[in-house]
Design a protein around this ligand. Structure first.
Ligand code: GTP
Ligand code: MG
Length: 443
């Protein structure tokens, strides 16, 4: 167990006695200077001892991943395994094949069902037989391992009607990795297929139990041990979150910013982005987490970018909820905000010229609407942090002082991009350690 409580008590009870002010105060009670000096030396030793304890504590930093369903929590855990542990061995990769093929089955079945609901026809009538086969066999447990299933799916995925239905996927529930896996079906159907890291990162399995990983990171000459807990984010899973709040050092809150035009799987009347904002507010104002800092990952920037390029936008939400989004039309990100966004995704290949070249804040290859949308979504979360908006009037109002012992830092992320996550996690690690040291009075 992480000993924050005992250390805090030690700090309150002992540190206060060895602090300089206290020492000066106590001087008054010592008979001689000599006696006071001896007491001072004893205190210094005690202080050293406490620092050793702090170092011990540093070796066990508990991080908790929170966020709504499909926001990317488990994907971040997988990245931590790739970056800080030895990734996935061949046996684990082979075990993932079934999940990946299941993802393919779920994707094609959902698209074909949606075609029926949305009244979209196949481009090539001769593909009807394949479509009927897949819909008929959708309930079979093992169909995704059969040759026919893979062959028919590959053929259907080429069909213009299927593609048209895919482009309207915000109107129904579809896995984020549908296109990725359907595009790769040629490799995945091979008998000697072994999933790559990217395949594993893209594979979707809903989390229904608390997952835990541990890893060490060298920092300033010592090994810092992180314990990371990944929980399920769908509504039914969130009641388990509270069990994990004890002794948490920091929360990594995942917000899927691309979900602006999607509704929840578990409640088709609720917009996913609004749900994420509400859950974030609950976490930020949770009395058990009052001293716990939040690292906010504004995630799935790559999917947001694709969506904006396909003409999707936050407008529907803005029009539907003018109280929450009153200023979107007139909103303009500052140059600093634009650069901050662009810097998150620059290639980290040491090309400093490229970095300097991007300082104009207007790289031609990034659609300004992408930046505007991402920065605006960031603003919404930060407004919650600052108490400027509240989406949960049922949560008791708290004053700004209430939050003085924790902070919220944000990052733009793409959880399937190992370079981006490695960079973000480095930043997080430094922040977490710094906050930990501050909390225990070491810096
Ligand atoms: N393209 C892309 N896909 C992402 C990103 N983050 C997560 N995904 C995909 O989104 C899907 C859901 O991610 P998970 O990590 O399983 O989400 P989760 O938050 O753990 O979901 P629950 O377990 O239900 O709480 C997976 O298929 C991921 O590969 C991202 O930044 N970009
Ligand atoms: Mg998960």
């Amino acid at each position: 167990m992480f000993k924050s409580c005992s250390l805090t008590q030690m700090k309150d009870g002992v540190m206060s006695c060895i602090g300089r002010n206290c020492f000066q105060g106590e001087l008054l009670h010592y008979a001689t200077q000599e006696e006071a000096k001896r007491a001072h030396c004893r205190d210094k030793e005690l202080s050293k001892l406490l620092k050793e304890h702090h170092k011990d504590d540093l070796k066990r930093l508990k991080l908790l991943l929170l966020g709504t369903g499909e926001s990317g929590k488990s994907t971040i855990t997988k990245q931590m395994r790739i970056i800080h542990i030895n990734g996935f061995d061949t046996q684990e990769r082979v075990r993932k094949i079934t999940d990946i093929r299941r993802n393919i089955k779920e994707s094609i079945v959902m698209i074909l069902l949606a075609m029926q609901q949305l009244g979209i026809s196949l481009e090539h009538g001769e593909n009807q037989q394949e479509m009927d086969f897949i819909l008929k066999k959708a309930g079979d447990d093992d169909v995704h391992n059969t040759k026919e299933f893979m062959e028919y799916t590959a053929r259907l995925w080429e069909d213009g009607g299927v593609q048209e239905c895919f482009s309207r996927s915000h109107e129904y529930q579809l896995l984020d990795s549908a296109k990725y896996f359907l595009d790769r079906i040629g490799d995945i159907r091979q008998t000697d297929y072994i999933p790559t890291d990217q395949d594993i990162l893209r594979c979707r399995v809903t989390t229904t139990s608390i997952q835990h990983i541990e890893f060490d990171v060298p920092d300033a000459g010592q090994q810092v041990k992180f314990s990371v807990y990944d929980v399920g984010g769908q509504r039914g899973e969130r009641k388990k979150w509270i069990q994990m709040f004890d002794s948490v050092e920091a929360i990594l809150f995942l917000a899927d910013c691309s979900s602006l035009d999607q509704n929840l799987r578990e409640d088709s009347s609720k917009n996913r982005l609004l749900e994420a904002l509400e859950i974030f507010e609950q976490v930020w104002k949770n009395r058990f987490l009052r001293n716990v800092s939040i690292l906010l990952f504004i995630n799935k920037i790559d999917i947001l970018s694709e969506k904006v390029c396909r003409g999707r936008s936050i407008h529907e939400l803005v029009e539907k909820y003018p109280d929450i989004f009153p200023d979107y039309d007139t909103f303009n990100p500052s140059n600093t905000e634009k650069l901050e966004f662009l810097d998150s995704f620059l290639k980290r290949d040491g090309d400093s010229k490229k970095r300097r070249g991007s300082r104009s804040g207007s790289r031609p290859d990034v659609n300004p609407d992408i930046i505007k949308t991402a920065v605006y979504i960031k603003h919404l979360f930060i407004k919650i942090v600052k108490g400027e908006i509240s989406l949960r009037p049922d949560i008791q109002h708290v004053s700004k002082d209430w939050h003085q012992h924790h902070t919220c830092e944000y990052f733009y992320t793409c959880a399937v991009d190992t370079n981006n996550i490695q960079h973000v996690l480095n930043g997080c690690r430094n922040l977490i350690i710094r906050k930990h040291l501050e909390r225990f009075g070491i810096i």
